[in-house]
Design a binder for this molecule. Structure first.
Ligand SMILES: [Zn+2]
Length: 245
């Protein structure tokens, strides 16, 4: 199975990567649900919605600041480094991710499609056009305000009830239609419409190499190679970077 996967990687002309929370978790990225803090009595929907942001900006921003601070020591694992290597090697390897933590970019990857946005930047909630990196300077005042118009800022992630960014989603589907090989890494393929991306690739005849320690929604057939191991272990093996990392 591993040998067939290595051969497919070598031959692929239009490879594509699709990642989910499992990829981040291997780097120690935490998810936060009801831990100690101001936000404890608020539901995830309230903390991640426009209405929650408008009614409790201090609480919501306190939560995001905590998430950002917790991500400070998190570094991309060997699986990310292997993907960065393959991207340079192939010269063409778009990475579609459901993660908002920016680890793919931190690992030096380019052409990253963040379909749920990024928690590393923020923009004006009233849409005046202002946007900024979320530095500790910006987060000194909670909630942070737009210096141009005085509205509060919003994190650039897709909030509860918001549509996914159309251009990013459309390009993701277009890439899925024409790719010949898709890596599906650390995602259960359950959250729609994102889950449609690997199914589109399958429908159009691509082969999927799925890397996930647990069972997912992908079918079992000759076009799906399921490797039930961690990405940080298997990607360096598949891409021949194992010895160097
Ligand atoms: Zn503004």
């Amino acid at each position: 199975m591993i040998n067939r996967a290595i051969e497919l990687v070598r031959k692929s002309i239009e490879p594509l990567v699709f990642t989910g929370a499992g990829m981040s978790r291997e780097s120690g990225m935490r998810t936060f649900r009801g831990e100690d803090g101001l936000w404890n009595e608020y539901s995830p929907e309230q903390l991640s919605s426009i209405s929650g942001l408008r009614s409790n900006p201090e609480v919501v921003w306190d939560w995001y600041r905590m998430r950002l601070m917790a991500s400070e020591g998190v570094v991309p694992h060997a699986g990310y480094e292997a993907l960065t290597y393959l991207q340079k090697e192939k010269g063409n390897l778009p990475v579609i991710t459901q993660n908002v933590d920016g680890l793919h970019r931190l690992a030096g990857q380019t052409d990253v499609l963040e379909i749920h946005g990024s928690m590393r930047t923020a923009s004006c909630l009233d849409g005046c056009g202002f946007s900024t990196e979320l530095t500790s300077e910006v987060l000194k005042n909670i909630p942070p305000f737009c210096p141009d118009c005085g509205a509060i800022l919003r994190p650039d992630i897709v909030l509860f009830g918001e549509p996914l960014p159309q251009e990013v989603i459309l390009r993701s589907y277009r890439l899925a239609e024409k790719c010949d090989l898709m890596f599906v890494i650390g995602t259960s393929v359950q959250v729609w419409p994102a889950a449609g991306i690997p199914f589109t690739a399958l429908d159009k005849g691509a082969v999927i190499i799925e890397i996930n320690p647990v069972q997912t929604e992908l079918p079992h057939n000759e076009n799906v190679i399921s490797i039930r191991r961690k990405a940080g272990e298997i990607l360096p093996l598949l891409f021949g970077t194992g010895e160097k990392i």
